[in-house]
Design a protein around this ligand. Structure first.
Ligand code: COI
Length: 342
């Protein structure tokens, strides 16, 4: 039935799955609509060993957060973007598509029922993980005929230990994250299992994470398995364009918008060369989990490159503060990104 929220030390939260009171659960058969679902106690679920997800990885997920704000409200950040990406990802994996209202209503129900697990203002956030799997049995390679949608939540703090300590990334020349016309742009569970071994090797040798190169052209960078990458050079902010294998991150889009509209910085969604990254003025990665995290060192087969003396850059800091300020209602939400949960 979940841990007692009164026992949580809000100051030492990391990025881990803590058991909360409840989770949302719905099922849908092929050809039907996602229409019903309910809150059930948080806990394990039974699956057929022949389920589509266990055999062929037919599953996609989302990640969003709820914040306790300076105005003592609970808000979601741009949940419609998650709903739209969920629709895109499910379509790509032949999973029945759920409409935005169903998705957002399910998020709201889950948050309301787990409200006691939302960290106090300024102490972190409630990470929300909507996930949908093919749970009907299959043997041949084909879509399952039944699907299960779950939303579980966990109070979280920083994704990386040390929070905004600049990362040391290892450029891998041995593995690709996603094929150009594969499923890199969908939030498919298989993309993340593909990143486990490269990430394990990098961490074992003292790096924080892996920077992947484009599978079609290894002069170009792709993303950091769990986050998008940005570089700043001569006051131009660049990030790899969404050409099929890059995940369309909500934070990626938010940072592009804030830089352009609030900070008057030129932004480019374009091809980004590894050489440009290594000589950039600032480098950072973005994601719901990582927020805006600076990169201080990059090691590739050409050696180690120190970015901005290994420190967080000024623009990186400003973008992070602006984004977090909006999410916590310390800054005005002029872009209408917040979705209050009553
Ligand atoms: C997120 O940033 O929410 C993600 O989904 C990344 C995840 C792999 C931790």
């Amino acid at each position: 039935m979940g841990i007692d929220p009164k026992t949580i030390d809000w100051d030492s939260l990391g990025f881990n799955a803590l058991e909360t009171k409840s989770m949302f659960k719905a099922t849908c058969k092929t050809g039907e609509r996602w229409s019903e679902g309910k809150l059930v106690p948080y806990g394990t679920i039974a699956l057929s060993p022949a389920s589509g997800v266990l055999n062929y990885g037919q599953g996609v997920f989302e990640g969003t957060k709820a914040f306790h704000t300076a105005k003592d409200r609970i808000v979601l950040f741009r949940p419609e973007m998650n709903a739209q990406r969920m629709a895109m990802s499910t379509k790509r994996l032949c999973i029945p598509i759920m409409n935005e209202d169903f998705f957002i209503d399910a998020l709201e129900q889950t948050i309301q029922d787990n409200i006691d697990y939302i960290p106090p203002y300024g102490k972190g956030s409630l990470y929300i993980r909507p996930i949908v799997w093919g749970t009907g049995p299959v043997l041949g390679v084909k879509p399952a005929d039944e699907y299960t949608f779950i939303i579980f939540v966990s109070p979280v703090g920083p994704y990386f230990k040390g929070d905004i300590k600049p990362l040391h990334l290892k450029v891998t020349h041995n593995f690709h994250r996603a094929a150009p016309k594969g499923i890199g742009n969908a939030k498919a569970i298989g993309n993340y299992s593909a990143s486990l071994y490269p990430s394990f090797l990098a961490k074992k040798t003292g790096f924080d994470e892996v920077l992947y190169l484009n599978a079609g052209n290894e002069k170009l960078i792709e993303e950091v398995g769990s986050a998008n990458l940005f570089i700043l050079k001569d006051n131009v902010l660049k990030t790899p364009r969404l050409a099929g294998s890059i995940l369309p991150g909500v934070t990626r889009d938010s940072v592009l918008t804030l830089a352009k509209e609030k900070m008057d910085i030129e932004v480019q969604e374009t091809d980004v060369l590894l050489d440009e990254v290594c000589s950039a003025d600032e480098v950072f990665c973005t994601g719901t989990a990582v927020v805006v995290t600076p990169v201080g060192k990059i090691t590739s087969e050409n050696g180690k490159h120190i970015i901005n003396d290994g420190k967080m850059g000024k623009i990186t800091h400003e973008l992070r503060s602006l984004l977090v300020g909006i999410q916590r209602e310390e800054c005005e939400d002029t872009l209408n990104w917040l979705h209050p949960v009553d």
